[in-house]
Design a protein around this ligand. Sequence first.
Ligand code: GUN
Length: 286
Amino acid sequence: MSADIIKGKELAHKLKEEMSKEVLFLKEQGLVPHLTVILIGDNPASKSYVNGKKKASGETGISSDVIEMGVSTSEKELLKKIQELNNDQSVHGILVQLPLPKHIDEQHVIEAISPAKDVDGFHPINIGRMITGKDTFLPCTPSGILTMLKSYDVTIEGKHAVIIGRSNIVGKPVGQLLLNENATVTYCHSKTTNLIDFTSKADILIVAVGRPNAIREEHIKEGAAVIDVGINRLEDGSLTGDVDFDAVFEKASYISPVPRGVGPMTITMLLQNTIKAAKGLSKSER
Ligand code: GUN
């Protein structure tokens, strides 16, 4: 047996085409969805992610701007800028690229963004809504993963989903979303002993470890669906995930590649959230 490859990039392209049509329709009615990204400092990885977000917005007809602030920007200055954007009716989505310099408290920043403009889905109000299964902005990587599984008709209900990684951005929320879809969910992390005891029982395995080849053929249950969230840069400059793709490909029934897997879907979900924000689905929070 060999796996079906879950082609995130192709799926993202298809979804972006559909979104372009919706954006055109909104523009005809005088509504131009607008995303503002704040980038603090000059971390090259953050710069590259922000450029990707800007490019994808443009391709879909969503207007965007990037506010670059110096690495010595104070928390107070950043919070003031966020307040301005909260009050600006022409800005629908606000994203502050993480990580932030150490002197700025990330949680203060996340909580300063209006929940109605929180296209990252990181505000505690939106996290609460997600956990309770209410309509809200879902965090982008987890909702991208869910969209991939659903688009490839991977059964979630009643299945055992194992998540490796418990970050606030990926691991924790993706487990909640799978639970909302009636999966039985197990979280593994750096302190888990005998990881293989859990991964080998997973019908759906979500891998967000941050280490190349962390998950190999022996970790996998025959016929599992494996989603690789890892983005590791090798010495030769190429990108690779956390899963030994070639070996796992032979044993799994579905596998997502890196690159062209989860990454493009994350950005696509951000665009989806920006359109949702523009349409004001949670106007009461403005
Ligand atoms: N840094 C890495 N991933 C993310 C993300 O999804 N959103 C933001 N704002 N920063 C990030």
